[in-house]
Design a protein around this ligand. Structure first.
Ligand code: ZN
Length: 276
């Protein structure tokens, strides 16, 4: 069994392949094919949820990342002891079903396209909001920091602790602790309503102007180091990303954020309101 070839980075939602392995998932069945359009939940950075859909006519109840060790043992999700893409392991998309299918069977794979599209919209909005947040907070850095593709200090990559994509939305958590302060960022006196307003104005301008989005896909396997690129009016931005996206920011409709400040954290809730 080799690492699974994935077609979701190219926007595919259907495919045909062969079952090349099975692995028990509790009382359920984990099916591995050689090539799939299904996006599984990543075990290292679980931001975008699993696709829904069907494999060989059976509902896909969940879709998780599997790692096959040199001795043939397959570990799933949080049981995987190494980081995404580590050498010496095969990386598998595991489609979880209620009934078994035989190794060698040819199967049709069909992703729920509407659910995928809603997750892609949420994921693209999440990245755009992160860039707009970097711009809104740029004046709060007292030291030189790593810059994002638009030339702003990269608050997002410096402070993010978790990111969760949902249909047409995302929720990002940032830590404002001692280490961020040491890097030169201060949240003292931060007016989150003002910052959210600045983020929203920028998002509105980007969505109105439109911005082509593409994924750089260096290899066909699940764990290839893919990169999201967006041609914004201010320049080309890029963010490492294993998920799926819309093809142009203009497809999103309205994107807005809400910011919530706590003692040691900043939360950004991003919402996409599709155009009627
Ligand atoms: Zn991403």
């Amino acid at each position: 069994m080799k690492s699974t070839v994935v077609t979701f980075p190219h926007g595919h939602v259907t495919g045909r392949s062969q079952i090349v392995g099975t692995v028990p998932v509790g009382a359920r069945h984990g099916l591995v094919v050689s090539e799939t359009p299904f996006h599984p939940l990543d075990h290292t950075w679980p931001d975008q949820p699993a696709d829904r859909g069907a494999i060989g006519g059976l509902p896909v109840l969940d879709c998780v990342t599997g790692a096959r060790a040199a001795d043939g043992a397959i570990l799933l999700g949080s049981d995987i002891p190494v980081r995404r893409g580590a050498d010496g392991w095969d990386w598998l998309v595991v489609h979880v079903t209620g009934s078994p299918l035989a190794v060698g069977a040819d199967v049709e794979l069909e992703v729920d396209a509407a659910h995928r599209a809603a997750l892609s919209a949420g994921h693209t909005a999440c990245h755009l909001a992160a860039l707009a947040l970097n711009a809104a907070l740029a004046g709060r850095w007292r030291k030189e920091a790593a810059l994002d593709g638009l030339g702003h200090p990269d608050f997002d990559q410096s402070a993010i602790t978790s990111s969760r994509i949902t249909p047409h939305a995302s929720l990002d958590e940032y830590r404002l602790g001692k280490s961020l302060r040491k890097k030169g960022f201060t949240a003292d006196g931060l007016d989150v309503a003002e910052a959210a307003h600045a983020v929203n104005e920028r998002l509105k301008a980007w969505v109105t102007a439109g911005a082509a989005i593409r994924l750089d896909v260096p290899g066909p396997e699940l764990t290839a180091r893919r990169t999201w690129h967006c041609a914004l009016p201010e320049g080309e931005a890029s963010i490492p990303c294993g998920g799926t996206h819309v093809r142009d920011a203009a497809e999103l409709g309205e994107v807005t954020v809400e910011l919530t400040l706590a003692e040691q954290s900043l939360t950004m809730r991003t919402t996409v309101t599709p155009q009627a």
